[in-house]
Design a protein around this ligand. Structure first.
Ligand code: GLY
Length: 416
């Protein structure tokens, strides 16, 4: 495991107290919104166990099945909130929503089980551990490993991918988001004492750090591999503006994912990749002053052209993605503890700036609005013409996680 070193870059005690009040106010607000969310009556024939996902055009909450990639975020947010606030009823709710997730442990249709099970059961095991959770997490890791091939050395994200540009279909697509599933594998090895899971994670991260990253520190969204030889074929996008652009949430997944792999392995190659990814985000000339990125760093720029079937071709306006910013903030709080001096300060200051932007009225909803989600102005998938300028459950999750981490840093407590 890598060691976290937090130099004391927080100014005076008064400044620290102000920051703590900011964190508490945001956590209390989030808990109020989520209490309202949980009181929302079920609509029509809505089944139990659906998870808050986003907002419909009529302003009501849209929910998703436990098999949707975002299912673990709502229970995960409840775990963080209940831990911070010491709120027992909220913890009971976290438990209820987490239990809905158990059937997902055998899910193998795509790579997303790490998001789903680690945000729910991973947090449950952290804040209120039970032996049964260990088995669930190990089984989930086993399910994820069914998508690993020793030939390619990576976990297959989707069963296939059809290019936006033409009819070409690729049989072994790996998306940068997949870095986020590796935390589950490290946990499974720690719990079981079996390094198989961890070895899969390291293999995946090594190959991703070789082929997914571009020279400038930006990332392809999708890397295509040949399943027979394991060779890298090419990079494309699904949710970004164009194949050669930098989709901002993908950049966030890279910063966060490589930071986790460095945490778990102590291997400096992963730290270097995390830093490159972070430096790209922070230093980009198109990053707005509030540090909340546009949905793609290259949208509408010369030299970047969406594929012929992509809805991004029709786009005239530009949109922020507050979900990308939230996850970058959370990652930077951790990453700032692995580097020293000015760089550490820069990462910490950027994370703080993002949190203050997201906590401002520009991005934070008013009580009872925004379908009771916390953060506004997120972008799901413009090429698919889906979830544009809406709340998204994962923006809330990473905002809350970032607040939780920041609080620990201010209190000189270990993050993990
Ligand atoms: N993992 C899917 C997304 O970031 O939209």
């Amino acid at each position: 495991m890598a060691t976290l070193l937090f130099a004391c870059a927080f100014g005076n005690t008064q400044a620290q107290e102000t920051e703590k009040s900011f964190i508490r106010e945001n956590m209390e607000f989030a808990a109020k919104q989520y209490h309202l969310m949980m009181k929302t009556p079920a609509q029509g024939k809505e089944r139990k166990g659906l998870m808050p996902h986003s907002m419909r055009k009529d302003g009501t909450v849209s929910k998703g099945s436990i098999y949707l990639w975002t299912s673990g975020f709502f229970p995960g947010s409840l775990w963080y909130l209940s831990d911070f606030l010491g709120d027992k009823p909220l913890q009971d709710s976290a438990l209820v929503y987490t239990r809905y997730m158990e059937p997902v442990k055998t899910f193998t249709d795509n790579h997303d089980i790490g998001f789903m099970m680690y945000c729910s059961y991973g947090n449950a095991n952290r804040f209120a551990p039970k032996a049964a959770y260990n088995d669930i997490l190990i089984e989930s890791a086993k399910s994820l490993c069914t998508r690993f091939s020793p030939v390619t050395g990576v976990i297959k994200s989707w069963n296939s991918w059809r290019s936006w540009n033409d009819e070409t279909r690729f049989e072994y697509p790996v998306i940068i988001d997949n870095m986020m599933n590796l935390e589950l594998l490290f946990a499974a090895s720690r719990i079981s004492g079996d390094d198989t899971y961890k070895n899969v994670a390291v293999s995946h991260a090594l190959k991703t750090s070789k082929y997914h990253i571009r020279k400038d520190g930006s990332f392809y969204h999708i890397a295509m591999y040949d399943p027979k030889t394991g060779d890298f074929i090419k990079g494309e996008t699904s949710q970004g503006y164009s194949d050669n652009s930098a989709w901002s949430r993908g950049q966030g997944w890279a910063i966060y994912g490589f930071t986790v792999v460095y945490r778990e392995t102590g291997d400096k190659r992963f730290l270097a990749t995390a830093e490159k990814a972070a430096d790209y985000y922070i230093n980009h000339p198109n990053l707005p002053a509030d540090k909340v990125a546009w949905w793609d760093f290259n949208a509408h720029q010369e030299g970047f052209t969406p594929g012929i079937r992509s809805n991004a071709r029709k786009l005239t306006a530009n949109y922020r993605d507050a979900s990308a910013a939230a996850l970058v903030a959370s990652a930077l709080f951790e990453l700032s503890g692995y580097v020293k001096g000015k760089k550490s300060e820069l990462y910490l200051e950027t994370a703080k700036k993002i949190l203050h932007s997201l906590g401002s009225e520009k991005y934070r909803a008013k009580l009872g609005e925004n379908a009771n989600f916390i953060i506004m102005h997120c972008t799901g998938a413009i090429p698919q013409n889906s979830e544009i300028d809406v709340p998204l459950t994962y923006a809330d999750y990473y905002f809350i996680e970032a607040l939780h981490r920041y609080n620990k840093i201010l209190n000189h407590e270990p993050l993990f």
